[in-house]
Design a protein around this ligand. Structure first.
Ligand code: MLT
Length: 220
């Protein structure tokens, strides 16, 4: 199928190098916000997005922070130790980008689903805490607690899937449980999917579980 993709001229204007792919069917208004892991780019998660929600539009930015040449969405001081000031600044910057992109590409902010992996999942969680209006739902693979919010916003009506590996060397199980609890206490509808014998890498079983979960989301 021919894809209607956009990148290039508008990328600079919106502040992030990115790729946009239009939805393949008009009435389906879902847009996936793809957020890659450390060292990734705007192309990395497109096959995953296609697999998870084939008809959706896609907006896929490249993280602007470089760590030894590897793109990320915010600075860290060490593995798992985040520069919180930068994380908050970058979260607002990313949310502003999504808002601007929704106007330029005419997609509805009400139906944006973040799909984040690792560093991308961490900024997606941060966006749920700081700018919840920008995402309707989120699939978070290998997410950590980005920070403990002073005031957790109401996340009632948001649907969140957390995919965790039991033996993840980067995300301790306690982090996953705390994140689950924070979202739950904020009123979100949260699903926690543990993968046995899995580490930080993503496996087919949980992609399939996330796909089933997405297909069960309330239809507009
Ligand atoms: C992060 O820095 O966001 C986490 O440590 C995950 C990663 O390695 O990107």
């Amino acid at each position: 199928m021919a894809e209607n993709t956009s990148k290039g001229p508008l990328s600079g204007d919106l502040g992030f190098i990115h790729q946009f792919i239009r939805a393949s069917t008009r009435p389906d208004q879902v847009t996936l916000l793809l957020l890659h892991g450390t060292g990734g780019n705007e192309q990395d998660l497109i096959p995953l997005g296609r697999e998870l929600y084939p008809r959706a539009a896609i907006i896929s930015p490249r993280g602007k922070v470089l760590e030894s040449g590897m793109p990320r969405f915010f600075r860290r001081l060490a593995e798992g130790v985040f520069d919180i000031e930068d994380l908050k600044f970058r979260t607002h910057e990313l949310a502003d980008f999504v808002e601007k992109a929704s106007k330029v590409y005419s997609f509805s902010l009400r139906y944006v689903i973040s799909i984040g992996y690792s560093n991308g999942a961490n900024i997606a969680s941060s966006m749920l805490f700081l700018r919840p209006e920008v995402t309707f739902s989120a699939v978070l693979f290998r997410a950590m607690v980005p920070f403990i919010p002073e005031k957790v916003p109401s996340l009632t009506g948001k649907n969140i899937f957390i995919g965790a590996g039991e033996y993840d060397p980067i995300v301790p199980p306690e982090q996953t449980k705390t994140l689950f609890r924070l979202f739950k206490d904020a009123g979100a509808n949260v699903t926690l999917n543990w993968q046995k014998n899995s580490g930080h890498e993503l496996g087919y079983n949980e992609i399939s579980a996330a796909k089933d979960w997405l297909s069960d989301l309330p239809k507009k």
